[in-house]
Design a protein around this ligand. Structure first.
Ligand SMILES: Cc1cc2nc3c(=O)[nH]c(=O)nc-3n(C[C@H](O)[C@H](O)[C@H](O)COP(=O)(O)O)c2cc1C
Length: 391
């Protein structure tokens, strides 16, 4: 079973993750992992923190001579900003320095501050925001890059792009996967949009929000290309792959809606306008579709088409023009706290989406094909591919 967990606070010393369940023999491309980490840091509308960090993953276990060895993989990403927070975030208790730090309050509407403080019984949001913060997603992206490297062994590639930022939306369908994949090689992720004119408009939308001391949300789309049919299951509710993907993408900070294919638009249409008609190409012995509105999933199982998952983000909740909140002590109405923050994170959230989709698909892949070594997984995969071809 493929599992992963992350640990670490936003301004703590380091982020850590443990990934277990990857078979032995997967080649680890360190540059590939670090490129994804860099992509997650980028995007127009990010705050000052990302200028301080330069994320690189150190692999501390589970890899030998550039290959996985089947034991748990430990990853570490150091927080450079930690040097500025050593005292504020000290693990040991030093009462004399503790008093120097202004508590982060009043709680910000939309952030985890109030719910987290009530839950853990803290009167300062720092305790809860440090873990709620999406800095944690750097660890997820490193884990996801390992899952991507595993899936690549079987020809599956994963990419993302931005569909909308605030009110600016990309107005084109059926974008070839190669065009979306090519965005990955850009030096600067910008808005991660395939259309330069729309990308420019998205950046101006961010400028307007920044000038108004406000924030933005938007929509990203993750596409997994060349996914074998038959991953996931219809047998039990929690084995349905669409449900697992929805949970994984919804767990990304600020994502408040998840869509498979064009699921939301489909709900307002007739069945005859929605369902992807089935054909068969004898030359390649493969079932074909004229469209992919189902986003590659039917009955909670992959159907051989691209898996398409969209994430909808709410606007960032830390505002330079703070909304109303309540002082924890006096219970009076006051303005919410502000601290250095991003204005728009949709491109970065898309990179995190890629990681989450990769981890879910790699998990489903291993659940179906198993294998303790890549060679064994490949044998099982090839036998199944042959069965599908001869169907
Ligand atoms: C890549 C990324 C970066 C983020 N940066 C910020 C930020 O700088 N300031 C902020 O208030 N929220 C930021 N968020 C969103 C918060 O982490 C999130 O709103 C908060 O943890 C509450 O969780 P929820 O929105 O899922 O309910 C970011 C989210 C992502 C995906």
């Amino acid at each position: 079973m493929l599992r992963f967990q992350t640990a670490g606070e936003s301004h703590g010393q380091t982020l850590m993750a443990i990934v277990s369940g990857l078979p032995a023999g997967v080649r680890v491309d360190f540059d590939f992992i670090n490129r994804d980490l860099k992509r997650r840091q980028g995007g127009y509308g990010r705050g000052g923190r990302m200028k301080i960090e330069s994320d690189t993953a150190q692999l501390l276990s589970g890899v030998r001579h550039g290959q996985t060895i089947g034991s748990p993989i430990t990853l570490q990403i150091e927080n450079r900003d930690w040097t500025n927070w050593k005292e504020a975030m000290a693990v040991e208790d030093h009462p004399e320095t503790r008093a120097k730090y202004r508590p982060l309050s009043p709680p910000r509407p939309g952030h985890a501050d109030l719910a987290g403080c009530l839950k853990f019984n803290f009167r300062e949001a720092r305790y809860v925001l440090e873990r709620a913060s999406a800095r944690e997603t750097a660890a997820r992206v490193a884990c996801g890059a390992l899952a991507k490297l595993f899936l690549k062994e079987f020809g599956t590639e994963i990419a993302s792009h931005v569909l909308a930022v605030g009110r600016v939306a990309l107005d084109c369908d059926n974008i070839p996967f190669e065009r979306i994949l090519a965005l990955r090689d850009r030096e600067d992720i910008r808005m991660n949009c395939v259309d330069p004119a729309t990308e420019e408009k998205m950046m101006r939308e961010v400028d307007r929000a920044t000038e108004a001391r406000d924030t933005l949300g938007g929509t990203f789309e993750v596409i997994a290309h060349a996914v074998p049919p038959g991953l996931g299951s219809l047998a039990q509710w929690d084995e349905r792959l669409d449900g697992q993907l929805a949970q994984a993408v919804m767990s990304i900070q600020a994502v408040k809606g998840v869509e498979i294919g064009s699921g939301i638009e489909n709900s307002a249409r007739l069945g005859s306008e929605v369902h992807d008609e089935i054909g068969y190409d004898r030359r390649i012995s493969r079932f074909t579709r004229k469209s992919n509105r189902a986003g590659g999933l039917e009955g909670g199982i992959t159907n051989g088409e691209d898996v398409v998952v969209r994430g909808y983000l709410k606007p960032i909740s830390t505002l330079r023009r703070p909304l109303e909140s309540v002082d924890f002590e006096s219970k009076e109405t006051v303005k919410a706290a502000y601290e250095r923050s991003d204005v728009c994170v949709v491109p970065a959230a898309g990179v995190v989406g890629e990681a989450m989709v990769a981890l879910v698909l790699a998990g489903a892949f291993l659940a179906k094909f198993g294998g303790d070594s890549l060679e064994e997984t490949r044998r099982n995969f090839n036998a199944y591919a042959e069965q599908v071809k001869r169907f």
